[in-house]
Design a protein around this ligand. Sequence first.
Ligand code: NAD
Length: 493
Amino acid sequence: MHRYQLFIDGAFTDAEGGEWIESVDPYHGEAWAEIARATRGDVDRAVTSAVKAMERGPWSKMTASARGKVLRKIGDLVVANADRIARIEARDNGKLLTEVRGQLNGVAECWYYFSGLADKIEGSSIPIEKADTLAFTVREPIGVVAALTAWNSPIWFATIKCAPALAAGCSVVVKPSEFASASTLELAALVKEAGMPDGVFNVVTGFGHDVGAALVEHPGVTKITFTGSDATGAKIYETAARHMKRVSLELGGKSPNIVFEDANLELAAAGVVSGIFGASGQMCTAGSRLLVHKSIKEAFTAKLIDLASHIKLGDPMDPATNVGPIATAPQFKKVLEYLDVARADGARCILGGHAATGQGLTGGQFVEPTIFSDVTNNMRIAQEEVFGPILSIITFDSEDEAIEIGNDIAYGLVAGVWTQNIGRAMRMTKALKVGTVWVNTYRAYSYMMPFGGMKKSGLGREGGIEAINEYLETKSVFMSTSDEGPVNPFIMR
Ligand code: NAD
């Protein structure tokens, strides 16, 4: 069985307590690797080395272009190792190999993108209203960044957080999910090989309630960037508030996929099916609420059932598989519980509705692609994030009603809109209270586009040029160019 050590101060090392946590391959239902269980002492060592790297250099003393070159090298190494790492992550969290492999291309491009941004972080010179004063701003790295991530796309999350943080000149301590840490530690090996100075990039692994909490509380950490559930996000936000730490939170969703009567129904059906059953619904962006115009409900539902009933569940490594297993045992239990919750609330199950068994599914945790009809937006199945392959169908009569139902939710991550009417598409885009709107498409991502949520879906944005702002502080400098003192030194200048 492969053992993954912590990565602290440029070296792979066992945890102080000598304990290990098994990482389970969710397709075979067997432990395949062990990850070190860090202690508070290990967290302290990691943060201390990150503080030292920022305060004493060489990272903080390198030019921005030199920093960018290290990031570029990481991108090159990701390209060279993409096949191997994709297999590791697919094994660790059960995501389709073809999907993870595609994501690894984005991971490499993301390192390249932020490597190019490292030497384009500029302050400004401001022509203020005071004579004999030069006024300018300097953009400085915010400090040590703690990056805590979820299990569904770990190397992607580590990259979309660390690439801009490192480009900004920060040092980082990453805490991946205890359910899928392997690919983040593989990334650590590449970061080392790329020539990153010791202490700039660290990885501590273990459980959230001890290792994650210790990292968030550590006084050496200035900024926390988190991807995970809204419950954990709220805890982190509270802790951060007590110490006035900066936070970015990428949390859950309960996203509406809205299909109008004038949509291209073939495309819309494919978008709705992949938006909820792709990755077994284990996406923060899952389009778990289908809002469909009443006049096309029957015809559209028939299309969905036809598509969804042909989904091939199976081995994530097999290119013929459409949908893999549920990644963790607690998540599997939660999804099955929500099948009962929906039925108890009066939703009508029209497809699936059970754990999936059968040939090729024996060791894994599989759930049938499930569709509930007759859902009203106040039901728990319509309001709570399941993070599984369960679609709820809700109908609407008018554009206004679609907006009202779409926004009648605590979350605000993404929304899909399917229509051929450009005016309607624009009106919907404006009215929906979400961070991303997909028009006639779904699950489209780019590291060049800001991504993040409104309302309970989080704070801040990842991706795009503005992501760098999450890792910078602005310092204002007023410099007198006069040799004379003030006329009255007791009055504000
Ligand atoms: P989670 O909140 O259980 O865990 C996320 C991370 O936080 C893990 O590393 C975990 O160990 C750590 N953690 C747990 N408790 C902690 C604590 N008290 N203090 C500090 N750290 C702690 O989430 P999960 O189950 O890993 O991921 C699923 C959730 O993530 C879903 O809600 C999903 O919507 C969300 N998610 C959001 C996005 C996004 O970009 N908005 C992307 C993917 C997943």
